[in-house]
Design a binder for this molecule. Structure first.
Ligand SMILES: *Cc1c(COP(=O)(O)O)cnc(C)c1O
Length: 458
């Protein structure tokens, strides 16, 4: 058994050529930490289990592995071949090239974030994107906050705290990540008043519930589930009418808030922001990174006097939008204003992609790999929109004895020094299924690289 004294010193390891290259790549502190930890582990393994003292090469390899892991961000890009377009766990909407450029421009330099260029004095970050939003949606005013969950909270807190807010029982939703309407209501200080039954709510249910303590009606979009069968619900227009008769506000939490008509693509019609405003909602809120196809943001549009009160509420400061999100949002909105959303926003390109064109891509992948089988299947929109709806697609599939193992292999391909990009697929009919619809064109080469290396080991 080698003696502990044969362990090299920190300085000796730093002096090797690999040690020097680690110093170069990772800096002094991190490299020394990795060396100390590695030496410490070797020492205790030797003392506790009489393990062999590793040689210098072995130690250096271990140090290299540690440094690589420590310096790797846990947030990194993946290839989404799941066929779920707005995959919440994979970051929802990928941004357009213009939106990315806007982030780089504003993030890497000083900007007009809170500066009035005409007067040369302090300006307001709450103004960015508002002009575009009001023009696009024909709304009186707009406000952008951190995300839609905070938009709902702000509306209720600033305008309904201490009062009753009426909502249909069928709309007491929970969406992913623990956002529950009753909990948000509680946080806001508004008192939840449920009306109707799970499947049916009538206009008279609303009317009978309104009293002097009521201040608003909230409608929440059933983003991620559907109620089918014996159901009824008044239209927003009707609700707005009876609410306004009593001097109550109408808030509409649309969740996804489509700006284009999803029915054009063979999907169910997802409620549109423009419709909500036209039907009489006083305030409408929706996400920036769902069907809008932009960055994370919560967008509130509607009555100018109410938006003004939201802007002046202290909570608005706590949930303000980040400058890079505002830059990307403006660039995304410009695509809609110019009528080029379908060509420029990845989300709409994916929704609009034709099955034939997807089949060609899947077939090209199969040709390149010499493996797999192209089958007809379905993509979904996901991300809290269009539950139960799907788009016809063609996917490259692999029938293997352990599909879960292949899926895991694609996620964690060649860990260690050179990570080839992770691929997220799904299992359908016991086959590993890869849908080109959600794979960006510039990712195809990487996808094939990962597939080749992982399939080769199967
Ligand atoms: C998604 C969603 C939210 C939350 O939006 P985030 O942007 O994720 O904060 C709120 N309400 C509804 C109806 C939703 O679908």
């Amino acid at each position: 058994m080698k003696n502990l004294r044969s362990l090299p010193s920190v300085d000796a390891l730093l002096g090797t050529s690999l040690g020097e290259s680690h110093l170069d790549t990772y800096g002094h502190n991190l490299t020394v930490q990795a060396i100390r930890e590695t030496l410490g582990e070797a020492r205790s393994a030797n003392l506790e289990r009489e393990a062999q003292i590793p040689g210098q090469d072995e130690l250096l390899a271990d140090i290299g592995r540690k440094l690589h892991v420590w310096a790797s961000p846990t947030l990194y890009p993946v290839i989404n071949a799941s066929g779920v377009i707005l995959h919440t766990n994979l970051g929802r909407a990928p941004l357009s090239v213009d939106a990315l450029n806007a982030i780089r421009d504003v993030g890497g330099q000083y900007s007009t974030l809170e500066f009035d260029m005409e007067k040369g004095t302090r300006g307001s970050r709450l103004e960015h994107a508002n002009e575009m939003l009001t023009r696009l949606l024909d709304a009186e005013a707009a406000l952008v906050v951190n995300n839609n969950a905070s938009a709902v909270l702000l509306m209720l807190k600033a305008l309904a705290s201490g009062y009753k807010v009426v909502i249909a029982r069928s709309q007491l939703i929970e969406i992913g990540g623990g956002f529950r309407i009753p909990d948000v209501m509680l946080q806001s200080g508004a008192e939840l008043t449920e009306v109707g039954t799970t499947n049916r709510v009538h206009l008279r249910d609303y009317e009978q519930t309104f009293d002097v303590e009521t201040t608003a009606v909230l409608r929440a979009h059933r983003s991620n589930f559907a109620i089918v069968g014996f159901t009824t619900e008044p239209e927003l227009k009707e609700i707005a009418q009876v609410a306004h008769n009593q001097g109550l506000y109408v808030f509409d939490d649309l969740g996804s808030g489509a700006l284009l008509d999803t029915a054009k693509y063979g999907l169910e019609h997802e409620p549109m922001v423009q419709e909500s405003l036209a039907e009489g909602a006083d305030l409408v809120c929706f996400s920036g990174d769902k069907l809008l196809g932009g960055p994370q943001a919560g967008i509130i549009v509607g009555r100018g006097d109410l938006i003004e009160r939201l802007k002046n509420h202290p909570l608005a400061r706590a949930i303000r939008a980040d400058k890079m999100a505002l830059a990307a949002l403006s660039a995304t909105l410009l695509h809609y204003l110019k009528g080029e959303a379908e060509e420029k926003i990845p989300l709409w390109q994916m929704i609009a992609a034709q099955p034939e064109e997807i089949r060609h891509r899947a077939e090209a992948w199969r040709e390149a790999l010499g493996r797999g089988e192209v089958v007809e299947t379905q993509s979904t929109v996901g991300g809290g929109s269009l539950p139960g709806e799907s788009l016809p697609t063609f996917a490259l599939t692999f029938r293997v004895s352990h599909p879960q193992a292949l899926l895991a292999g694609l996620r964690t391909s060649s860990p260690g020094v050179s990570r080839s990009p992770a691929v997220i697929g799904r299992i359908q009919d016991e086959r590993v299924t890869l849908d080109p619809r959600t794979v960006l064109l510039h990712q195809e080469k990487d996808l094939l690289k990962t597939l080749e290396s992982v399939l080769g080991t199967q």
